[in-house]
Design a protein around this ligand. Structure first.
Ligand SMILES: Nc1nc2c(ncn2[C@@H]2O[C@H](COP(=O)(O)OP(=O)(O)OP(=O)(O)O)[C@@H](O)[C@H]2O)c(=O)[nH]1
Ligand SMILES: [Mg+2]
Length: 225
């Protein structure tokens, strides 16, 4: 029985990877970079996206897909910040998005009218790590209120991410959180991680985040042309 369960999971993952490869191909042809935001619940994924849409929404055409176990609260929050379509995926219990859901979402988008795609995954530091959605990169967020040891406790997420955003930096004076220690833990799991340090509340660190996104859009367009 145990062996059968593993086989089923392998088939499901293989199918997911196949669909994800198709998504990645479509996005590459259209020159649309896609970033998959992953974190524990409440680390600030939606808040970072709200601030990003406010600042860059007039400069680039940003599409958003948000996943939640229940409610479309995040999609509603983000839709208030853009005139463009924000797609809500309610997973109905699943603790992660899968590639088929992202495929359906991009089927409803005009990729030629899109410069950048954000995918906000379900808040969970375990499940989304192993699901390829066809994104260019996973961006793992963790906040200064979560404790420095998250990269050690949830290594899969940090290993499979290319970028890490340390969020809620405005709260640093109020919590015992050692940034250097957190970075050392994260680097011990994934030495290649590139870090950003942000506060969606004060705007701290946002300019380098925005510059990074501008670079992603330029690179996506250049690679497609
Ligand atoms: N002080 C402070 N609070 C923040 C910051 N970013 C987010 N928050 C707060 O943290 C809470 C959770 O933020 P969200 O953006 O909803 O977090 P999330 O990761 O999208 O949450 P889920 O989608 O439920 O996983 C909210 O009350 C935010 O106002 C920040 O930079 N500083
Ligand atoms: Mg959210």
């Amino acid at each position: 029985m145990t062996v059968r369960t593993i086989e089923v999971r392998e088939r499901v993952m293989a199918k997911n990877d196949e669909i994800a490869a198709g998504v990645r191909g479509q996005l590459a042809v259209a020159g649309v970079p896609a970033l998959n935001f992953v974190s524990s619940p409440g680390s600030g994924k939606t808040a970072l996206l709200e601030r990003t849409l406010d600042a860059l929404g007039g400069e680039m055409r940003i599409s958003v897909v948000t996943g939640d176990v229940q409610t479309q609260n995040d999609a509603d929050r983000l839709a208030a910040r853009t005139t463009r379509l924000v797609q809500a995926v309610v997973t109905g219990g699943a603790c992660h998005l899968d590639a088929r859901q992202v495929q359906h979402a991009i089927d409803a988008l005009d990729l030629d009218d899109t410069d950048l795609l954000f995918i906000e995954n379900v808040g969970n530091l375990v499940c989304p790590a192993s699901w390829d959605l066809g994104e260019n990169a996973k961006v793992v967020l963790f906040s200064v209120t979560e404790g420095e040891d998250k990269p050690l406790k949830y290594p899969g997420m940090f290993r499979n991410s290319t970028y890490a955003v340390l969020t809620k930096m405005d709260l640093l004076p109020h919590v015992p959180f050692d940034v250097e220690r957190a970075l050392a833990f994260a680097r011990s799991v994934n030495p290649e991680l590139r870090f950003f340090f942000t506060s969606a509340l004060t705007g701290e660190g946002m300019e380098s985040w925005f510059d990074f996104l501008r670079g992603q859009v330029r690179a996506g367009a250049a690679a497609a042309s």
